[in-house]
Design a protein around this ligand. Structure first.
Ligand code: NDP
Length: 304
């Protein structure tokens, strides 16, 4: 059985490291790193994410600014709030919770956030900086995956990495980060031929697809490290039914944990793998943004 990479435990370590730096910055420079989160509408999952982000921001000793807007907020109002946060020196990081309601132009909003405050790393400037190997704000989920891989292997140089999924928020930046760490990287997607054989060449296999348990043990090279980014909710009739009579559900990744775990050398579980690292990296990015804004030394090990 593969070693389990415990994302919950690792995320707690990252948060503790962030909190330690925040205390030092407050004591030595009288600066409090601040994160502003903008939420438009009442999507239940987004509300939970925003609540968790705010709670963990405060627990690390940072300032948290929440802007909850009506679902029918217009583009002009939202853009004005982003401009205000851009200009606010107490705000070092700005995150606009996605997805936005359909009537809003997501791209315009994301690109209106100052690149140096763009702690989600989605601004086109940060995408370009990452792609050209320059200092960028790096998207939180792939950053969390990279940290876990570095912790497991030390150097990733020369390893064969396959990333399944080519989205702008996970697959593409993940591939860029692995390339930057001198892996030989292949990106697979829905049109890839013989994806199973390709995945079997990977020393590092990252699944970011959104298809429950798609990657099975026979896709995995013996001893490989498997990072499962997927979060999928599936019916779990074995857990019985809810009060309303519907079947209970459970979370699974894009990897079939049982069969892949028999072949892999190390694997992240779902839940408790990549998920907790994403918020920890958001806090790390806010700290990094604060250090850069104030000309302070950046924390070691918390950036790409
Ligand atoms: P997207 O839907 O944006 O992208 C999915 C990618 O998977 C696409 O590139 C698509 O290919 C590819 N794909 C779909 N079906 C197949 C297939 N059968 N074979 C090979 N490739 C396929 O998803 P995201 O990148 O946003 O998210 C991926 C997963 O990660 C989801 O489960 C999401 O919930 C989870 N997630 C988890 C986070 C965390 O914090 N742990 C954060 C963000 C996402 P193509 O481009 O050809 O269509």
């Amino acid at each position: 059985m593969a070693d389990i990479i415990d994302g919950k435990e690792f995320a707690a370590k990252v948060r503790a490291q962030v909190a330690e730096h925040v205390t030092a910055i407050k004591n030595d420079h009288n600066i409090t790193p601040g994160l502003a989160v903008v939420l438009v509408g009442e999507d239940p999952a987004s509300q939970v994410y925003v609540r968790n982000k705010g709670k963990q921001t405060l627990e690390c000793g940072m300032a948290s600014f929440e802007h909850k807007l009506d679902v029918d907020t217009d583009q002009t109002t939202l853009m004005a709030i982003i401009e205000k946060l851009n200009a606010d020196p107490a705000v070092h990081g700005i995150l606009c919770q996605l997805p936005l309601p359909k009537h809003l132009d997501e791209e315009e909003v994301l690109n209106a956030i100052l690149p140096e405050k763009d702690v989600d790393g989605f601004h086109i400037s940060n995408v370009g900086l990452l792609a050209t190997g320059q200092k960028a704000m790096v998207p939180c989920t792939p950053l969390g995956c990279l940290m876990m891989l570095r912790e497991k292997h030390g150097s990733l140089s020369g390893m064969n990495a396959v990333v399944v999924g080519r989205s702008n928020i996970v697959g593409k930046p993940m591939a860029q980060l692995l390339l930057r760490d001198s892996c030989t990287v292949t990106i697979a997607h829905s049109r890839t031929k013989d994806i199973e054989a390709l995945c079997k060449t990977a020393d590092i296999l990252v699944a970011a697809v959104g298809r429950p348990e798609m990657v099975t043990g026979d896709w995995v090279k013996p001893g490989a490290t498997v990072i499962d980014v997927g979060i999928n909710r599936i019916d779990a009739p074995e857990k019985g039914t809810k009060e309303d009579g519907s079947v209970k559900t459970r979370l699974v990744g894009d990897v079939d944990f049982t069969s892949a775990g028999e072949v892999a050398g190390a694997i992240t579980p779902v839940p408790g793998g990549v998920g907790p690292m994403t918020i920890a990296c958001l806090l790390a990015n806010t700290l990094t943004a604060c250090c850069r804004a104030n000309g302070l030394a950046e924390p070691q090990g918390l950036t790409a």
